[in-house]
Design a binder for this molecule. Structure first.
Ligand code: XLS
Ligand code: NI
Ligand code: NI
Length: 434
């Protein structure tokens, strides 16, 4: 019997519906600008939060009781059965997983790899039967104690080797399942104290590992996008992939800016002191926008609380930047979000996703309307219109300080400050987001 036995597939019932297990805004087949909402949003369930996480926090352990908890192959398959049942109930087109979420740990590398292979075969048959696809796979190179001082950036070369070998198996698994992306989140790639850390050396190790990932993906013909997921801290005090700007400079350093993009998470952006839309806009402007981990941080706690999104205007501004960047290609909206530890019931897991999907759909439609309206973009363009004059444009091509100086003197240039119109623009945005 399914873990979600009595929960029927979620239907779209429209904004007036009071049914807690219905979509009010997300109609997967609704066509917006020539694509369905399902094609625009490309939702994914995160296996780790929804099926592997046990409800623990730093002050207490497991609160959830799931029939698949335990470390055997039978439990791993029962977990997969429940996961695919949830994907079906939600109509989620995609899922994402780490190796450690899906397979029993195994006593050594060989057993770990065999276990992963067995589950990947099991996934393949379920994906074939249900049509659910893999948005991305990834390796968990942060939970096991061997990685406590990092994976690629570990001072011990044997850990580097073990991580490289594990990466190979996880890229293989992602490729075998037709994954559209492969994600690298460097959970322990950082430091606790500079007193024992050689920053320069660790950076070189990380660059070498990433180059090998790119080479290997090419060698096996993996056609998906390789993504780095920035995060500033937690679990380490300082993580090397701090934010989008830091990742970009790292990619440039190793000549990988054309090979690797970013997976941007709302909560990580907040932890880095940025807004989600800032990180998306910056990545798009640098040509490295790939995918998003959708969630919500508690703005007071300073932790990565990974809550489900519930703020439509906030989500809308993020989707506005994604739409401006041309929308997703291989990327999507992965709910890297978990229940609160008191939310014990199967219905909580379903309701969390239903609400998150609805918030994203509502935000997306508002963003779409604002972009179609065009006023905001016209205002932005008008602000820079002075640059269209030949004298101004020439400064950015052949200008020198001397030639510009002469022009200022000969033309009597004397700039008049102009309003940035922020409040008027905020009022405009509220017409769409309010
Ligand atoms: C943790 C990260 C993690 C990645 C995948 O904060 O968000 O869940 O998305 O390793
Ligand atoms: Ni996170
Ligand atoms: Ni994430």
């Amino acid at each position: 019997m399914s873990y979600f036995a009595d929960i029927a597939p979620i239907a779209f019932e429209g904004p007036e519906s009071t049914n807690p297990l219905a979509f009010r805004h997300y109609d997967p087949s609704e066509v917006v600008g020539g694509k369905t909402m399902a094609e625009h949003l490309r939702f994914a369930v995160a296996y780790w939060h929804s099926f592997a996480w046990e409800g623990g926090d730093p002050f207490g352990g497991r609160t959830f009781e799931r029939p698949w908890f335990g470390d055997g192959m039978a439990q791993a398959k029962a977990k997969a059965d429940a996961a695919f049942d949830l994907f079906g109930i939600l109509g989620q087109p995609f899922f994402c997983f780490h190796d450690a979420d899906v397979r029993p740990e195994g006593a050594d590398f060989a057993e770990q790899t065999r276990n992963l292979g067995e589950i990947v075969d099991y996934f393949a048959s379920k994906m074939e039967a249900t049509g659910t696809k893999l948005l991305w796979g990834t390796a968990n190179l942060f939970s096991h104690r061997r990685y406590m001082a990092g994976a690629a950036t570990n001072p011990d070369p044997d850990v580097f080797a073990y991580a490289a070998a594990t990466l190979k198996t996880c890229i293989d698994a992602t490729h075998r399942l037709g994954g559209e992306n492969y994600v690298l989140w460097g959970g322990r790639e950082g430091y606790e104290t500079l007193l024992n850390t050689d920053l320069a050396r660790e950076r070189q190790q990380a660059g070498r590992m990433l180059s090998m990932v790119v080479d290997y993906a090419k060698k096996i013909g993996f056609g998906g996008t390789i993504l780095i997921e920035p995060k500033p801290q937690e679990p380490t005090k300082h993580q090397y992939d701090y934010d989008v700007a830091t990742v970009y400079s790292f990619l440039k350093d190793f000549g990988l800016e054309g090979e690797v993009k970013v997976n941007i998470e709302q909560g990580h952006a907040i932890l880095a002191g940025h807004s989600f839309e800032h990180e998306i806009a910056l990545a798009a402007s640098l040509g490295i926008f790939g995918s998003i981990d959708m969630n919500r941080n508690d703005y007071q706690s300073g932790w990565d609380t990974d809550q489900f999104p519930n703020n439509v205007p906030e989500v809308a501004l993020a989707f506005y930047e994604i739409l401006k960047a041309g929308g997703f290609t291989t990327g999507g909206t992965n709910f890297d979000a978990k229940l609160r530890r008191q939310s014990l019931d199967p219905e909580d897991l379903v309701a969390a996703h239903v609400g998150g999907m609805d918030v994203c759909a509502a935000g997306f439609k508002r963003a779409w309307a604002m972009l179609q309206d065009g006023t905001l973009e016209a205002e932005r363009a008008a602000r820079y219109a002075g640059w269209d004059t030949p004298g101004a444009a020439a400064m950015l091509t052949g200008g020198t300080l001397g030639s510009i100086h002469d022009r200022v003197v000969s033309e009597g240039i004397n700039p008049a400050p102009k309003s940035g119109r922020q409040e008027r623009l905020e009022n405009l945005v509220n017409r769409f987001l309010g």
